[in-house]
Design a protein around this ligand. Structure first.
Ligand SMILES: Cc1cc2nc3c(=O)[nH]c(=O)nc-3n(C[C@H](O)[C@H](O)[C@H](O)COP(=O)(O)O)c2cc1C
Length: 179
């Protein structure tokens, strides 16, 4: 039986790539999670259909329903994403568009980690989107990690100590908001 003190962290990677650096970061954070934190890494981003405002009701298809519900029932959210073509990866933005009308993110403590070659554009754009959906992101729960590939070894371990420390600090700041 789960303790009522159990807190849920729901983590979304913006990369669908096998061996993704962003997935590796989420796995790194998951290993740091204290026992009273249930840390789930979302693995159905590819199942989310193209956003259609005409179908944006309470009776959405199952993957969208499940995504909205996971966000709603989470104590906190982590989004960890690369940048593609100076923007937010399309499938991540698409999923976020499905959460606008449901209000799933409203007031939700959220960490945004953009880990990319550069990443500044996606980071800025996502901060605006998260503002629009009323996610609660603070200065301490946002982090841009540029040159991410050079900060990881071939097995996905973070080999740059400053990056590991910054990731830990963001995670701790997020956990502080829910404890
Ligand atoms: C189609 C494509 C476009 C990209 N465009 C950018 C970009 O505009 N800015 C950037 O910082 N990185 C860009 N990158 C590099 C990604 O940041 C890099 O591949 C990163 O490691 C992807 O994240 P992942 O390892 O989690 O899959 C691009 C990569 C691809 C495949």
């Amino acid at each position: 039986m789960q303790s009522s003190n159990l807190k849920r962290v729901f983590a979304i990677s913006g990369s669908l790539r096998s061996g993704s650096s962003n997935h590796n970061i989420l796995n790194f954070l998951k290993r740091l999670a204290p026992p009273d934190i249930a840390f789930t890494i979302y693995d159905r981003l590819a199942d989310i259909p193209p956003f259609d405002p005409g179908n944006d009701t309470d009776w959405v298809n199952e993957p969208v329903f499940e995504l909205r519900s996971s966000i709603k029932h989470a104590s906190a959210i982590i989004i960890c994403t690369p940048e593609y073509a100076y923007g937010v990866p399309g499938q991540l933005k698409n999923a976020l568009d499905w959460t606008v009308s449901s209000g799933s993110f409203s007031g939700k403590p959220t960490a945004l980690i953009t880990a990319s070659t550069g990443g500044e554009n996606a980071h800025e754009a996502l901060l605006k989107t998260l503002g629009a959906i009323d996610a609660s992101v603070t200065d301490d729960t946002k982090l841009l990690v540029s040159f991410i590939r050079s900060k990881m070894d071939s097995e996905g371990n973070i080999i740059d100590e400053a990056t590991a420390d910054s990731l830990k600090a963001v995670f701790n700041a997020l956990l502080k908001t829910i404890q």
